[in-house]
Design a protein around this ligand. Structure first.
Ligand SMILES: Cc1cc2nc3c(=O)[nH]c(=O)nc-3n(C[C@H](O)[C@H](O)[C@H](O)COP(=O)(O)O)c2cc1C
Length: 360
């Protein structure tokens, strides 16, 4: 099953059901242009057999840039780098998908150069937190256009698709949130209002690119970390709406893909979303999938593809290796040397020190 091709609504086909999860790696140049280190990281995973290769979160507008070294898709000046990356993925036979992103309140002034904005304004008791300003109609019009323009650039560059980052408490997820979005106009209030931004951005992206170009959305089904104010039943409803809006796939960010939901401990998220959306809307699932057996159990729950994060950092050729039943993936903690040998730059290795028990 893992190695069967995966076809999408619009006609695109991925060679297998194993995706490299979107992973921020801070290896882009200071202005957001692609650097050689980022290309090398991606190239090793394509050659390692990942049939679907997602990039890191890439900012669609300067005011949405959340990290130094983040990849940009905000300007035509990014096109030469994007073309190089797309060509390398295509040459390796993978389906390349750019994760298009706006940080909202998580795009700090020292990175973006401007005051962060979000659905509403609020304060948080965390070091360096700058309260966001509440979005104007103009901000919303601009950001929807920026998502669409970013998708057009990715298409022009030769990628197979894009994924709107609607998970993890970034801009689109901030608007979905019952707690972060306290607006009383048409962009807030009931679920239809709070989901308006993610749905309008998705529709604008879908309308801007031709059918075989894959359009997906990543969602956090429930609260986790910075994703707050979400409700499982509401997220299922959003998934239904996004299916009507023409997505090819939905990507569930589960953190522990084999666990049941926290809202309903007897129920798993994958069958819940599977039952809610048409069968030709593909479901990706990510979260603590380390072995082939775990990946196949996630598919058996109703996912069409698995997305691998940390295991793919340490095992760049996981898809090629798992065909050997005797093989077991290397697990963290690992030394910096091991990570360098897996085509991470010293910069990326340093970033991985922020992940608990990852770098020894
Ligand atoms: C270093 C690192 C960077 C990440 N960056 C992103 C990102 O840019 N966008 C995103 O949606 N998720 C990001 N994630 C989450 C992963 O895509 C994935 O959902 C998560 O790590 C769980 O999968 P895993 O247990 O296989 O690592 C990141 C995870 C890691 C470890």
């Amino acid at each position: 099953m893992l190695f069967e091709p995966l076809s999408f609504r619009g006609g695109a086909v991925a060679p297998n059901r194993i995706a490299l999860a979107p992973m921020t790696n801070q290896q882009s140049l200071p202005d957001g242009m692609l650097g050689d280190d980022e290309l090398a990281w991606i190239a090793a995973r394509v050659d390692g057999g990942f049939g679907i290769v997602e990039t890191c979160a890439a900012f669609v507008a300067q005011d949405g840039k959340a990290w130094p070294g983040e990849l940009g898709v905000h300007d035509d000046a990014c096109l030469p780098g994007l073309r190089r990356m797309a060509a390398r993925i295509n040459d390796g036979g993978g389906l390349g998908i750019v994760q298009i992103f706006h940080g909202g309140v998580r795009a700090p002034r020292e990175v973006s150069g401007t005051q962060p904005w979000s659905a509403s304004t609020w304060t948080e008791d965390s070091p360096g937190f700058e309260p966001p300003r509440a979005a104007t109609e103009d901000d919303l019009e601009r950001v929807i256009a920026a998502f669409a323009a970013a998708a057009v650039r990715c298409h022009q560059a030769g990628f197979g698709g894009v994924e709107l980052h609607g998970a993890h408490g970034y801009l689109l997820s901030q608007f979905l949130s019952r707690t972060m979005n306290t607006r009383t106009d048409r962009w807030g209030g009931d679920l239809a209002g709070r989901a308006r931004l993610i749905r309008e951005a998705t529709r604008a992206v879908r309308a801007a690119v031709p059918a075989p170009f894959v359009v997906g959305v990543r969602l956090s089904p429930e609260d986790f970390g910075q994703a707050r104010g979400l409700d499982l039943d509401e997220t299922v409803e959003v998934a239904r709406g996004l299916s009507d809006d023409g997505v090819d796939f939905l990507h569930l960010s589960l953190w522990k893909a084999l666990d049941n939901t926290r809202t309903r401990p007897a129920q798993h998220a994958i069958p819940l979303f599977r039952a809610a959306v048409p069968a030709d809307v593909r479901l990706f699932a990510a979260g603590s999938i380390w072995t082939r057996d775990e990946a196949e159990r996630v598919l058996a729950l109703g996912a069409d593809a698995v997305a691998l994060g940390r295991v793919a950092i340490i095992n760049h050729d996981w898809p090629k290796r798992v065909v050997d039943p005797a093989w077991a993936p290397v697990r963290p903690p690992v030394s910096p040397q091991v990570l360098l040998e897996q085509a991470l730059s010293p910069q990326f290795v340093e970033y991985m020190r922020r992940w608990k028990n990852f770098v020894s």
